[in-house]
Design a protein around this ligand. Structure first.
Ligand code: XIL
Length: 355
């Protein structure tokens, strides 16, 4: 299933070209099956992206479905595609509470056996350490309202205590000494009690790790923006980014997209709101020179993990009675027909500016 014979790509007039002009990168999360099947997606990925993130293929539950038996097929195909086109890969992700195979979930809690993690890290980093040189070693470690240190009560925490984070980072450094190691986190943008706490607790975690000399090079900020949430305060977010940068960490925006809220408006209004939220966010994020680039969580609304939910529809009793439909969530730069939307142009504008 490799597409290595593709003609070499042209990135003229594209987000990756604009980003490169400002010393940054643009990329997207992808699934290799979609790239193989859909010519228009493949063309858009080739034109727009310098970096790719495997949306699924590297997660533990995709890689090691039964103990000790590893399935590298989809990741190898994506790697061959990216390598043939000179694209870089972002290693997403090693430890994530949402991507643990069921067998490991119970084994970790009952056996507390670090050897399971070591075997998995050795397999994945052993195979990809020379081709994937940037890893989300820890994904989404923060959860408020649970512990003073703000760590999520994941099976990793239950099995190994808070030490699982330095341990995983040390293990990753040992197995892939040349790789950049990242902690990736979500829900840090909004000005409300929960996200204020999350920013504070996340910074405290980063500070503790750096102070202890744990190998940590960068931070991934997912940036799943959400129009149902409260205010985004530019000054507060800029300070948050400065605090991360002051710890000597680089920053990547890893999973940008926008969950809509008001599906009853016209498509033009909806697209404008998505674009405005993107602009508000990126104008602040890209003013910080530690931010190396932006990855969106998919390119087109056709592939988005974000759905219009029954709860969304229930907010509009009588809505779409004429038989029309709100369609899909429109939170990515391209529509389902792979046409550029206003969000595309706001990303392009924001990327133009060098920090
Ligand atoms: C999501 C994928 O997009 C879905 O297809 C999958 O079912 C679940 O995971 N934060 C992350 C990503 O770090 O790995 C998640 O990706 C989205 C939220």
């Amino acid at each position: 299933m490799t597409l290595a014979g593709q003609p070499s790509r042209s990135t003229d007039d594209s987000l990756s070209q604009i980003a490169a002009g400002a010393g940054r990168f643009f990329g997207s999360a992808v699934r290799i099956e979609d790239i193989v099947r859909e010519d228009d997606l493949r063309g858009t990925v080739l034109r727009e992206c310098a970096w790719l993130t495997p949306e699924i293929a590297l997660k533990w539950d995709a890689i090691e479905r039964s103990p000790g038996s590893f399935q590298f097929g989809p990741m190898d195909s994506l790697l061959a595609f990216a390598a043939a086109q000179g694209m870089r890969l972002h290693g997403h992700t090693l430890l994530w509470h949402g991507g643990i195979p069921a067998w490991a979930e119970s084994a970790l809690v009952t056996q507390k056996n670090w050897g399971l993690i070591q075997r998995y890290f050795e397999a994945v980093l052993g195979r990809y350490r020379s081709t994937i040189t940037q890893w989300d070693v820890i994904n989404e470690p923060i959860e408020t309202g649970y512990r003073m240190d703000g760590l999520r009560g994941s099976v990793f925490l239950q099995a190994f205590g808070p030490d699982y984070i330095p341990r995983a980072l040390n293990e990753a450094r040992r197995l892939a000494p040349g790789a950049e190691l990242i902690i990736n986190e979500f829900a840090l943008e909004t000005e409300d009690r929960v996200e204020n706490d999350r920013r504070y607790l996340f910074l405290k975690l980063l500070e503790r790790l750096k102070r202890a000399g744990v190998p940590l090079d960068g931070v991934g900020l997912q940036a799943h923006l959400d129009l149902s949430k409260g205010q985004f305060r530019a000054d507060i977010y800029a300070q948050f980014l400065r605090n991360i940068a002051d710890l000597g960490l680089f920053i990547v925006i890893t999973e940008l997209d926008v969950k809509e809220h008001d599906y009853i408006q016209s498509v033009e209004q909806r697209d404008r709101q998505v674009a405005d939220a993107t602009a508000r966010y990126l104008d602040v994020a890209l003013a910080q020179s530690a931010v190396r680039g932006v990855t969106t969580w998919g390119l087109s609304d056709r592939h988005s993990w974000l759905q219009v939910t029954p709860a969304d529809l229930a907010r509009y009793p009588g809505g779409w009675r004429d038989g029309s439909s709100p369609g899909v969530n429109r939170g990515l730069p391209f529509d389902t027909a792979m046409r550029r939307k206003p969000m595309y142009h706001t990303i392009a504008n924001a990327l133009h500016h060098r920090a």
